[in-house]
Design a protein around this ligand. Structure first.
Ligand code: ZN
Length: 139
């Protein structure tokens, strides 16, 4: 069986890292499915989904610092020439992180580690409300 839920998640942009673990866990519980997988998918091309140890060093500094080396905010991007906007780095970063994540669940519980949270990372340059699709497949 397949069940789909949509989350709406407000973000501050600028590499804002939002813990959505409890929302995803609630979607799994609500589905009524016992065992299967949940695909967590961000709609849009300037944010991504991954897992992280949700602690301040990583969340407030290290991840942004790493992406700043790979795709600096003040770099030059053809995308910005095309659209006359300021988020070329956000598109590049989101592409590298990827828009989705698949997590197995057993007995209605996500099989995450103790120090592993599901996060939405918003690289865009403004506040947004993100639409996140949680699609559960299982039995
Ligand atoms: Zn753009």
């Amino acid at each position: 069986m397949v069940k789909t839920e949509t989350l709406e998640v407000p973000t501050k942009g600028h590499c804002d890292i939002v813990d959505i673990t409890s929302e995803v866990q609630q979607a799994v519980a609500k589905s009524g499915l016992s065992n299967g997988t949940v695909t967590v998918f961000n709609v849009g091309s300037t944010a991504g989904i991954t897992t992280i140890e949700y602690e301040p060093g990583l969340v407030n500094h290290d991840i942004n610092a790493a992406f700043e080396k790979i795709a600096p905010q003040n770099g030059r991007y053809e995308h910005e020439e095309t659209w006359h906007d300021d988020n070329g780095h956000a598109h590049v970063r989101a592409t590298m992180l990827g828009p989705s994540l698949v997590v197995p669940f057993c007995k209605q519980q996500l099989t995450l580690g103790t120090w592993q949270q599901i996060v939405l990372v918003d690289f865009d340059t403004r506040r947004r409300t993100r639409k996140i699709i949680c699609q559960m497949m299982g039995e």
